[in-house]
Design a protein around this ligand. Structure first.
Ligand SMILES: O=C(O)CCCC[C@@H]1SC[C@@H]2NC(=O)N[C@@H]21
Length: 256
């Protein structure tokens, strides 16, 4: 069994991920199961170079996963943490029916974003950052957002922190013992239904670029059907001609 998590709580900070990366650069030895949690972030980061919006009473925390020689590929960690965050949140809401993972690692409530995960890996350490809207859902021009208290869940940040930390430790243990290939079913049980129409914008470097092979009102990207996730964490997209294509980085939205 993993040791009990240590929660280091700070007031205002730029970004818990950036702080953990700074600690790594200053040769501080990272310890697993240690979470740095901020009351507020002034420079929160999201995937693909986006900003992560700060909100009073929300959960914003990061931890380190230190690579062991026999560990599965680090790029699958983000999906593993997605499973953990799903389970943590599901245990803290009265009914989890509307919760779903969105590839690669967002958590949605009836299509509105509730939580996001940012994994930043160096050679042998992955910094895993988790943001969950507990009390404040930011207003964004391009997406719907939700907060846990709005859906009947807890607004107790420290309870959420403990629950997330325990679930992440649990899923990382499963990942280490069995590999992500053995966890794809667990991800799919929490993810979109097979054959859901989706539009994929593939990422290159830090930004999202359209693959440019299809269009839908106001959106460009590759349109296809959700076909699952691969053992290496890639999204499997079934193309209109029936072939299946693996997408390693990018963004999806539901199509029609
Ligand atoms: O959805 C995303 O794009 C990922 C969002 C990750 C946000 C968390 S909040 C704690 C940690 N610190 C950051 O700056 N980002 C992550």
């Amino acid at each position: 069994m993993a040791a009990a998590p240590v929660l280091e709580i700070v007031g205002s900070i730029g970004s818990t991920n950036a702080e953990m990366l700074d600690r790594l650069r200053s040769a501080e030895q990272p310890v697993e199961n240690h979470w740095l949690i901020a009351d507020r972030q002034t420079a929160g980061r999201g995937r693909l170079g986006r900003e992560w919006h700060d909100g009073a009473g929300n959960f914003m925390g990061s931890t380190a996963i230190v690579r062991e020689p026999a560990d599965p590929p680090m790029q699958t960690l983000a999906l593993v943490v997605g499973i953990a965050v799903f389970d943590a949140v599901a245990s803290l809401v009265p009914c989890s029916d509307g919760l779903a993972l969105k590839w690669p690692n967002d958590l949605h409530w009836r299509g509105a974003k509730l939580a996001g995960i940012l994994v930043q890996a160096s050679d042998n350490v992955a910094i895993v950052g988790v943001g969950i809207n507990l009390r404040t859902a930011p207003s964004l021009p391009d997406r719907r957002t939700a907060a846990l208290v709005e859906i009947g869940g807890t607004g107790d940040r420290d309870l959420v922190a403990r629950t997330v930390a325990v679930q992440v430790a649990r899923q990382v243990l499963v990942w280490r013992r069995s590999g992500f290939a053995a966890m794809t079913d667990a991800w799919l049980e929490r993810g979109p239904a097979a054959q859901t129409p989706i539009i994929v914008s593939e990422a290159s470097g830090n930004g999202v670029v359209s693959a440019g092979t299809g269009t839908s009102a106001g959106t460009t990207g590759t349109t296809g059907l959700f076909h699952g996730v691969a053992p290496d964490g890639a999204l499997l997209l079934q193309m209109p001609d029936g072939t299946v294509r693996a997408v390693h980085s990018g963004e999806i939205e539901e199509g029609r």
